[in-house]
Write a protein that binds this ligand. Structure first.
Ligand SMILES: [Zn+2]
Length: 408
């Protein structure tokens, strides 16, 4: 009979970790290198050591727990940082389910042919200097300038946040030198969308992770009196933005269905009751599972914005602030996950992740695979983030069986 995870123990771990960084607004605020994160890390260290795994933290704050000796390892994990006022499952699930798997394998005295290593990556959520700080440090993909000079979403530079800790821009930049040799990475995560729930399927096998292009954009027109400037003479930056958001969405929906466009943050200036908006700054987030489509869309949206700008007598400006390419996860690992699903009797479906994950960074180094379980109403990054424990039982047991297969 298959070994199984201890669901009660995993549930207790998830509930215990959720106590660190409680936000008065009802969720959890646990950005990496915050007080709450250091407390959560100390708790995680105890769990890793208690389980008899070999604990280690690298210069970027990535935490490891190893089972087994030398050799190329199979990694399993995710992240324990959260967005501000986020939920208890995004990331935490992957780390704690990974911990439970290694703990069970150790408890029953099984020794896999390959070492297994738990990993919890730093700042997956990008509260500090862009998404995936820990996994990018692990992969050696960080830019020196961004780490040494980069501001954070907390208004303080990263090096000030790190002051007084054992970490610094230098240790972060050097973290990839401590990277263990490994040949595969597995991550269990909530879907962060409603496809699995809608289809009533407990397991998503991630085939691709969408790439994105994030731009900071502005339309610049002219601030005029709202009572005296005739409509046809206005250079209204807000109308240009509204026009762009609508036409851009129509373009994606009709020509590139399945890709995504979001104008998420809009600042209108001067932002006054009776003044024609002279300037609008807005963010543009475009995502697609196809690299070609992503490039085409970026070009088409820029052309659309220029077109709207000339029609409305305003100017358009934009710059890229973040960009990731879509990635395909390992066909071999997808195959193993699906075989295990069939063998155990869990319904599964292939899925594309519209959200970013550490797995997309790690897939550049080794074979990577991801398992999704449903989250209630597709909600994530919010206090209402919720899962069913029954789905977690399936996801974590599938993770365990897949790990056992990959580690031999
Ligand atoms: Zn996550």
């Amino acid at each position: 009979m298959d070994i199984r995870i201890d669901l009660k123990r995993l549930q207790a771990d998830i509930e215990a970790l959720a106590k660190f960084g409680r936000d008065p607004r009802g969720g959890i605020s646990r950005p990496s290198f915050s007080q709450a994160d250091f407390e959560a890390q100390a708790w995680l260290k105890e769990r890793i050591c208690e389980a008899g795994l070999c604990y280690r933290r690298d210069g970027a704050g990535n935490t490891f727990g190893r089972l087994g000796g030398d050799g190329r390892a199979v990694l399993v994990g995710s992240h324990i940082d959260t967005v501000i006022n986020g939920g208890a499952f995004d990331g935490a699930l992957g780390v704690l389910a990974g911990l439970e798997c290694l703990r069970r394998i150790k408890e029953i005295g099984r020794s896999p042919a390959k070492p297994l290593e738990l990993v919890s990556f730093t700042d997956e959520e990008g509260n500090l200097v862009g998404d995936f700080l820990g996994s990018r440090a692990f992969a050696g993909l960080l830019n020196k300038e961004e780490i040494e000079k980069g501001g954070t979403s907390f208004g303080r530079p990263l090096k000030d946040i790190l002051a007084g800790t054992e970490f610094s821009p230098e240790t972060i930049l050097a973290a990839h030198k401590e990277r263990p040799e490994f040949e595969a990475y597995l991550e269990l995560h909530i879907e962060q969308g409603a496809t699995l729930e809608t289809e009533d399927v407990p397991i998503g096998v991630v085939e691709r992770i969408a790439g994105k292009t994030d731009r900071q954009c502005s339309f610049v027109g002219k601030a005029d009196h709202g009572g005296t400037t005739p409509l046809e003479l206005r250079q209204d930056a807000f109308l240009a933005t509204a026009d762009f958001a609508l036409k851009g969405t129509q373009l994606v929906a009709t020509k590139h269905y399945g890709s995504m466009i979001t104008v998420g943050k809009v600042t209108v200036q001067p932002g006054s009751f009776s003044v024609v908006p002279g300037k609008v700054d807005f963010t543009l987030d475009v995502r697609s599972a196809s690299g070609e489509t992503l490039e085409t869309l970026d070009r088409e949206l820029q052309a659309l914005a220029e077109d709207i700008a000339s029609t409305r007598g305003v100017s358009f400006h934009s710059r890229i602030i973040d960009r990731t390419v879509p990635v395909s996860l390992s066909g071999r690992i997808i195959g193993v996950i699906e075989e295990e699903c069939r063998r155990i009797g869990y319904p599964s479906m292939r899925i594309t992740s519209g959200a970013g994950h550490d797995a997309q960074i790690i897939s550049g180094l080794a074979e990577a695979g991801m398992i999704f379980i449903p989250c209630r109403d597709g909600i994530s990054h919010a206090p209402d983030e919720m899962i069913s424990w029954e789905d977690l039982d399936k996801g974590a047991n599938l993770l365990l069986q897949t790990l056992v297969r990959l580690a031999g």
